[in-house]
Design a protein around this ligand. Sequence first.
Ligand SMILES: [Zn+2]
Length: 489
Amino acid sequence: MIELLSIHYPASSTRAELWEILSVLWVASHKTSITIFTDSESSIKAIKGYIEGKKGKHWSNYSNPHVLQVIKEIINTKELNIVLEKVEAHKGDLLNEQADKLAKLGVNSGSNFEINPNFIREQQCHFTWNKQEIDAGIKEFVKKKDEIESTTTWFLQHRINNWLNKNIINETNWKWSIETWHETKITNNKTNSKENSLRAFSLKLLNEELPTMATLHTRKPNIYTSTECPFCKKYKETNSHIFMCADYGKILKSTFRSIIKRIYIKEKGNIGLHDLMSKITRGHFLKINYHRQILGTQPSDRFEFNDLVKGLIPKSIYRLIRKKVNSTETGKNMVMEIFCSWKRTLYSRWKNRCKDFLNWEIKNDIGESDKKSKASRPSSASALHPSSASASRPSLFPRPLLESEDSDLTSSSVDQMNDAVTRRIFSKLDNLKTLLEKVKKNQEDMKEEIKIIKEEVAILSHDQACIDVSIILKFEHFANVRNINNFYK
Ligand SMILES: [Zn+2]
């Protein structure tokens, strides 16, 4: 009797093997002896460990607790005598090959084999997530879930998916790239300031957070008036542009090659060096794509030098090196060494760029005080003083009305009030416009107009101090007219 069935997630090869074993036990008759041949070492280990109740390992720490428990219960209730034997996979074992074929057919069969955990006798509890029974270790599951969640959030950020596409994601070795960002574990007791700054640099570089012109312009548009690179004046100065500006692309490319050369010679001498270097030179990861700096990453773009300078490790470099050294471990160690060294090269280029940038700032009269001023973030108090850099501020009206200010307001009344505020702002803007036109026409006698403008702006920007002054002046005027000075005093 052969039935083609598929099983639910979480998917793993061990899990599939365990289900195969379970289905054999399910159809076995009572009190029989069975020898099961399987090519999965890990499922043999899991069944033996689970049935013997290995010390210190609770069932909830096993990866497939439901299947294992049902296997155990069937063996016990049917009083089966089971022998598990390991066979080599893909070595021409006829029955093993047959099982493989059936497993592949089962994937698309559409019918499911399921366990109802409520009928499992020994397990006191089982856990569900999103209303689905989860047959996995709880710790392992939660860890995986968190990992997926944080990775997704990271990928979905605008600044990340701006330059990252499917090809680049596939061609990057993420695990190793992450390892080079954190040379030692972040929980390490010894701290090292050099490593700290390198780590900070790596993360900022990847997350488009280095204070480049592009970033500075969004932060302080009144000081840094454009996103253009101040050195080549050709492209937007983004994180990757730092390493491709003018001749730096070429210089860094040859530095990258010489790092590989140095590390390879240390390991293997000159044997195969020439061949490796010519393959590296032809590698797609060394192509500088200048168009990407203007057009952004296109869906068809592949892993290029633009991504290499973000500190990402392309899978193809490892493939090339592994072929030459013929060892997975040496290959990995060499790649890690190359990229740690490469990271330091990028860091020193960044530091040099910062020196040049400081000189540029001095030339353009941008001093420390400008940089520290919070002028680009409008505050109501400074709105009145034209001497501060408020002139280029995009909005004069920081807070007409906030919904949160009165939580009792229903949304429709909030809408109405917002409408009223908007109308008031527009009418005041119209007033300001006519007043400004008058001022332009007639430079004389403009004291009065300026005063009115100031008052209008003060009301709009909630500048209490100015409103107070205006109230007092109005009162003084009123008192003079009515001749009630004594009362006023
Ligand atoms: Zn440039």
